[in-house]
Design a protein around this ligand. Structure first.
Ligand SMILES: Nc1ncnc2c1ncn2[C@@H]1O[C@H](COP(=O)(O)OP(=O)(O)OP(=O)(O)O)[C@@H](O)[C@H]1O
Ligand SMILES: [Mg+2]
Length: 573
């Protein structure tokens, strides 16, 4: 291991099943609600529900009315616009036009890349806009607009206009509750929801009780999407603008190598466990017509809302491993991914879609013709305050038991389901024995750790142990700066991706516990270096011939990392 001095390598056996370990997606967790918000709303319910002595009779497990958790939003009569239609039909475009022309606003998207795209677009249009994700805060002077990943949606401020993109994700087993929270909780005069028509009946039902005024605006696809009758055939048929979609990281690299060996194309790659900045730069490079990287090999991390200059999507398979088993892609998944081809405004007049394997074509064709199944339930999850109050009824229970108990006893209305919290339970099982407050444990549980990644989970364990013991965690305790280098093998690349996750975790913790995790800048700069080294590998030391492109030498990177007086910076890179 290049630079992590992880002292304990054994992972505790956890009593929870494996969960989805997709190639795609950032690590997303909920943010603790603002205390005053939730307690204020609970106060209303406590007065309504208790007969006599205070909170004793209040049923904290009654989650049947989640809209009452957000009094700020309930004070408004929101005008809700549902922009629905197929991919590439201008839904987000129209919502963003409203956002741009409003005096204040917030955009909430499912991906960092989308939030980044929106912040860039608004700032370019001279509408100052902050970018806020779980790990980064880029504040712009005078900004009254924010572009955020949905978990960071701010439910405490008032906005003139809010946009929630890919709203159909409120049905997602793991992240749906964050979309529900934004849907019910954002206090905006105008709320624009963009997504699949399959979410319309559910949203109308959920908003019946909020008093909001809901209007539906339907859109048609702007450019045709043509399902091809033939599979790709030989790899010599790959052409500029193609994007091959695969659901395994190993397969992504195999395909990249195969295409590049042909000698006519270079491939950008985008998949979930690449650092977000790397994904952004790889996507930008592919979009840039003057770059040599004219083919994209990607996972379904590209499947949502992104504007990429793709002319043809080629599915390497229509099956993916969902953490438990191999399964066929769903209709919405196939439509979302296929919809990346032929974006309006790109240089291609229409989009095409096909497969590597002819046997997959019937499923591809039938899925593209079918409507997505109607969504029936939205995700929901208890806030920290509810769990805290519940903990007072069950003293001496660790977070793991509390969460388990809570979820077993909680009551929901038929429109909602509980988010899958197995990742949280895995963390709780690891840290429950430590002398930490419930809030601190909760914070570690919602942090962006990947418990299926050994290095990442060991990083979390060591951070939590040191924090419990000393209250102060220096990055150097588990990480030796200056030892990062360009990976030379796929295994070393994977390790660097894991190290990046640990650094990301440190940065995340330093945003929330800044005095105890003081090395924010060091961790951020090392994180940036990590992603640059990964890119260096992808562009130079991967499976392709060296090109004329100007490269950053390892020596110069190292000299940047280890600056004279032990100060670390990377602004110059
Ligand atoms: N009226 C328009 N004028 C100029 N450009 C437009 C217009 N409508 C859409 N576009 C552009 O077309 C592309 C696709 O639009 P948009 O991203 O809004 O589609 P979408 O329906 O949100 O797709 P998805 O479901 O994939 O998110 C974007 O690049 C957008 O800027
Ligand atoms: Mg969109």
């Amino acid at each position: 291991m290049a630079s992590m001095l992880l002292r304990q390598r054994r992972i505790s056996a956890l009593g929870v099943s494996r969960i989805l370990q997709a190639v795609n997606g950032d690590s997303f967790r909920l943010e603790p609600e603002s205390k005053c918000e939730t307690i204020a709303s609970l106060g209303v319910r406590i007065r309504n529900c208790s007969s006599g002595n205070g909170t004793a009779k209040f049923d904290f497990t009654d989650l049947t009315r989640p809209h009452t958790w957000y009094p700020n939003a309930r004070k408004k009569n929101r005008k809700v616009f549902l922009h629905v239609g197929p991919t590439n039909s201008g839904k987000t475009y129209h919502a963003l036009k409203r956002l741009e022309s409003s005096p204040s606003g917030i955009y909430c998207g499912p991906l960092r890349l989308l939030a980044w795209e929106v912040a860039k677009r608004l700032n370019k249009a001279k509408v100052p806009c902050d970018l806020i994700t779980g790990q980064e805060k880029e504040e712009v002077d005078g900004a009254k607009h924010k572009a955020v990943t949905v978990e960071m949606a701010d439910i405490t401020s008032d906005y003139q206009c809010a946009v929630i993109d890919e709203i159909q994700m409120l049905g997602c087993r793991t992240r749906g509750f964050s979309f529900t929270r934004a849907l019910l909780g954002i206090a905006a005069d105008e709320l624009h929801l963009c997504g699949d028509a399959a979410a319309v009946p559910l949203i109308q039902e959920l908003l019946k009780v909020t008093g909001d005024d809901v209007q539906v605006q339907s859109y048609e696809r702007l450019l045709p999407l043509v399902p091809l009758e033939l599979p790709l055939g030989s790899f010599s048929n790959i052409r500029t603008g193609d994007c091959i979609v695969s659901f395994s990281r190993k397969e992504i690299y195999r395909l990249k190598k195969k295409i590049e060996t042909g000698g006519s194309h270079l491939c950008s790659v985008v998949y979930g466990s690449l650092p977000p900045q790397t994904r952004t730069r790889q996507a930008t490079m592919f979009n840039d017509e003057s770059s040599e990287f004219d083919v994209l090999v990607a996972s379904d991390a590209i499947g949502m809302g992104l504007n990429l200059n793709i002319s043809r999507i080629i599915f390497s398979s229509l099956q993916k491993f969902d953490g438990l088993e191999m399964r066929d892609l769903t209709i919405p998944e196939i439509k979302q991914i296929a919809g990346r081809a032929g974006r309006y405004g790109s240089k291609f007049p229409w989009g095409e879609v096909t497969c590597l394997d002819a046997a997959d074509l019937p499923l591809l064709h039938s899925s593209l013709k079918s409507a997505s199944p109607i969504l029936e339930q939205a995700g929901v999850f208890p806030s920290f305050d509810l769990i805290y109050m519940y903990s007072r009824l069950k003293p001496k229970r660790g977070l793991y038991r509390l969460l388990e108990d809570f979820l077993e006893n909680a009551k929901l209305s038929e429109n909602y389901f509980f988010a899958n919290c197995e990742e949280m339970l895995k963390v709780a099982a690891v840290i429950d024995g430590l002398p930490l407050s419930l809030h601190d444990k909760y914070l570690f549980c919602i942090s962006p750790v990947d418990m299926n990644d050994e290095i990442s989970s060991q990083g979390l364990k060591q951070f939590a142990e040191t924090y419990a013991k000393k209250g102060l965690v220096h990055l150097r305790e588990i990480f030796t700066p200056g030892t990062l280098e360009v990976p030379k093998t796929p295994t070393a690349l994977k390790e660097l991706e894991s190290i990046h996750k640990v650094l990301e975790l440190y940065v995340w913790l330093s945003f929330r516990l800044d005095e105890s995790f003081p090395d924010h800048e060091l961790a951020s700069s090392q994180k940036t270096i990590c992603s640059l080294l990964i890119e260096e590998f992808l562009e130079r030391l991967g499976w392709q011939k060296p090109r004329s492109r100007k490269l950053t030498s390892i020596t110069s990177l190292n000299s940047l990392i280890e600056n004279k007086k032990g100060r670390y910076f990377c602004d110059q890179i």
